[in-house]
Design a protein around this ligand. Structure first.
Ligand SMILES: Nc1nc2c(ncn2[C@@H]2O[C@H](COP(=O)(O)OP(=O)(O)OP(=O)(O)O)[C@@H](O)[C@H]2O)c(=O)[nH]1
Ligand SMILES: [Mg+2]
Length: 308
């Protein structure tokens, strides 16, 4: 990772009236590609991405400083119907991000454009912030289908235009960033130019472990997982990280650990590789598994785990 100063630093400049600076909330249904786009815009893997929906559970902040504009992106969980208290808290994170935002980037997945149709329609109808709409994953769409689809979506959502993009390939990211920067208010940069993230390394460590678990587990189990970092100590030659993975049932614990501990070992290996790349340092990762029955619906557990 390029830079996470240990503490938030004071504003880099407070005198240049020619710059723009503000917050941009990324909004869309689960799996639309919000976190992929967030990472592509920042040029760094900061927010976890998996093929499964509901990967992102909270707000992730990423800062992009370009000549003349500082864009502070807020990645958010996907718009979805709440089945658990956890989902209600995820929806709250979306609300808070939009409230904080100077502009909203609505992302629609071209491969399933009408998923969560009512939620997306209702979001657009109630939105009061300047909005840019983008149609993502156009690399998977037949070129002929694109025009009809963007027109239909523009009509249906009452959005003046959709910018076709591919967050994965990087198509049309520059025009997208230019549009977004133009919506931000004039003002000095809020963060030093070299700063990319402000959340602590422990947060990202927990996220990369959850990402590996998401990638290697199936069905409901990835959703029943929460990761808590118990220790994060920078040591030579390896940073020591100990984490507990919580599940909701004894049976889930068995599946997560796997035969002779094989599954947990494999998740640990994937997470360690990602962490070493992220921290640019060797990591010793110790994983524990514990059961916390129904934590997704229990306010005290959710608060303890930092969802609030
Ligand atoms: N082909 C293709 N795949 C993409 C593109 N953008 C994202 N994806 C894939 O879509 C899947 C979901 O991507 P995410 O970035 O995790 O989606 P998200 O909107 O953050 O999902 P949640 O966090 O669950 O709300 C991953 O497998 C990505 O690789 C794209 O432009 N093209
Ligand atoms: Mg995401």
């Amino acid at each position: 990772m390029d830079s996470i100063p240990p503490t938030a630093s004071p504003p880099a400049s407070d005198s240049d009236p020619s710059t723009r600076c503000g917050y941009i909330a990324l909004i869309g249904r689960p799996n639309a590609g919000k976190s992929t786009l967030f990472n592509s815009c920042l040029g760094q893997r900061l927010s976890i991405v998996t093929p499964k929906p509901q990967t992102t559970r909270g707000r992730v902040l990423g800062i992009l400083s370009r000549p003349g504009a500082q864009m502070i992106f807020l990645d958010t969980p996907g718009l979805l119907e709440a089945r658990y208290q956890l989902h209600r808290l995820m929806a709250r994170q979306i609300e808070l991000a939009v409230r904080e935002a100077d502009a909203v980037l609505l992302l629609i997945d071209a491969t399933s454009p009408y998923d969560r149709r009512e939620l997306v329609q209702s979001f657009v109808a109630h939105n009061q912030k300047p909005l840019v709409a983008a149609l993502n994953k156009i690399d998977l769409l037949a070129p002929l289908a694109l025009e009809g689809l963007t027109k239909a979506l523009e009509r249906e959502l009452g959005v003046p235009s959709f910018l076709p993009i591919s967050a994965l390939r990087g198509d049309n990211l520059e025009p997208l960033l230019d549009q977004l920067a133009g919506l931000l208010p004039p003002g000095p940069f809020l963060y030093p130019e070299e700063m990319v993230a402000e959340q602590p390394e422990r947060f990202f460590a927990a996220e990369f472990i959850r990402e590996a678990a998401f990638n290697q587990l199936s069905d409901e189990l990835p959703y029943a997982i929460n990761v808590v970092i118990e220790e994060f100590t920078e040591r030579q030659p390896k940073t020591f990280i100990a984490a507990t993975i919580y599940v909701e049932r004894e049976t889930q614990k068995g599946i997560l650990i796997g035969k002779s501990g094989g599954k947990l070992r494999s998740i640990g290996q994937e997470a360690r590789r990602q962490l070493e790349e992220f921290l640019e340092q060797q990591v010793f990762l110790e994983l524990w598994v514990k059961v916390r029955p129904d934590w997704r619906d229990r306010d005290d557990d959710l608060a303890e785990f930092g969802y609030s």
